[in-house]
Write a protein that binds this ligand. Structure first.
Ligand code: PLP
Length: 368
């Protein structure tokens, strides 16, 4: 049996006529950049999350950068982020001129170890980027308390956590702003790059919109120098078609995760990452830990099962940060996770049969 790591084609086929019609409409109307579809997506996404402002942009990396620029974060500042994430969570800090400061992860849930967060706060610290990695909420209430205590901006990187919740509140609504990616493989994915900023702060929304649009809210009235980071009409059209399905697709991911947990609980040699209490996990990724990760990955590959590693190198140990001289002993849990993590196929269209096949293949590996 072949099981791809993601299956965007299966999702497309389930909504093909709506998608084809929506894309055709964009072409007929020549509304290629911005336009009514982008405006309606902003309104629809704001309503779904219960936030006042959604500012669309070109991708979920720009959205982090734009938030920090709008908050006047730059040279001489420090922004705290987490050692295990996609590089957007740290490179955007550097793009502003500020310095990324990394916190190790906890070994159970693999999210920021909040016990170490306060030690990293200095007089230069301006903000914390909390990452809800895999769809699992960071310890957002504790992070928020620390941010409030030290007067720091809390920014949420929600690129992997569409509709995740903690104590009934939705990811992206805890701090000054949330950043979303609609990269095709994300839980809500466009057919190209797209992203957005969500906030209840009007001033931040206005500054973000201005910065993302060449520093102008009105054509030719450039109040500052900005960047060109816009959402395409085709992407908004696709997202508008997909948005009404997001809740049921998320529920299907949760069902699939429960099936995995049940099947994998018998295998003592692997650990899966449990859900934190009082949270809703949106399962962008389903992660297991194995000491024989590379051999297990090869075994699954041979059985037709595609897996992935998120991520093979902790951010501070990447060549991009070599000048800082960090070592694995500075981030022991992130280093452990990087050598043991394996992401199994996870999407709404994954069948029970496929999950059983994957689980049996893992059992077979350990029976050898
Ligand atoms: C995908 C991702 C991003 C960046 O999103 P793009 O739209 O690809 O730029 C940022 N942070 C995390 C954690 C991500 O997974």
């Amino acid at each position: 049996m072949k099981v791809p790591f993601v299956d965007l084609k299966a999702q497309y086929l389930s909504i093909k006529s709506e998608i084809d019609f929506a894309i055709q409409e964009v072409i007929e109307n020549s509304s290629f950049i911005g336009g009514a579809g982008v405006k309606s997506f902003e309104a629809n996404f704001a309503q779904l999350l219960g936030v006042e402002h959604v500012v669309s942009c070109a991708n979920g990396t720009d959205s982090l950068y734009i938030i920090m620029k709008a908050l006047s974060i730059g040279l001489g500042d420090e922004v705290i982020t987490v050692a295990n994430s996609w590089i957007s969570s740290s490179e955007t800090i550097g793009q502003t001129g500020a310095k990324p400061i990394f916190v190790d992860i906890d070994p159970i849930y693999l999210s920021m170890d909040v016990a170490q967060l306060e030690n990293k706060v200095t007089p230069k610290t301006k903000a914390v980027i909390a990452v809800h990695l895999h769809g699992q909420m960071a310890d957002i209430h504790i992070i928020k308390n620390i941010c409030d205590k030290h007067d720091l901006y809390l920014i949420e990187d929600c690129a992997q956590s569409h509709l995740s919740e903690s104590n009934g509140s939705i990811a992206g609504t805890f701090g000054i702003a949330g950043s979303f990616s609609f990269y095709p493989g994300k839980n809500l994915g466009a057919y190209g790059d797209a992203g957005c900023i969500v906030t209840n702060n009007l001033e931040l929304a206005t500054k973000s919109r201005m910065f993302a649009n060449h520093g102008a809210l009105k054509k030719y009235h450039h109040e500052i120098e900005g960047i060109n980071s816009r959402m395409d009409g085709v992407q908004a059209a696709v997202l508008n078609v997909k948005l009404p399905h997001l809740k049921s697709w998320t529920a299907a991911r949760q069902t699939n995760a429960a099936l995995y947990r049940e099947a994998l609980s018998e295998i003592s040699q692997i650990k899966y990452i449990a859900e934190k209490p009082n949270t809703k996990h949106s399962y962008h990724l389903f992660i297991i830990l194995s000491e024989d990760r590379d051999a297990l990955k090869a075994h699954l590959e041979a059985a037709g099962i595609e897996t992935a590693i998120h991520y093979p190198t902790p951010l501070p140990l990447l060549k991009a940060y070599a000048a800082e001289g960090y070592t694995a002993t500075d981030f022991p849990h992130a280093a452990m996770a990087a050598s043991q993590m394996l992401s199994l196929p996870m999407y709404a269209e994954l069948s029970t049969k496929q999950i059983i096949y994957i689980s049996n293949s893992i059992k077979e590996f350990y029976a050898k």
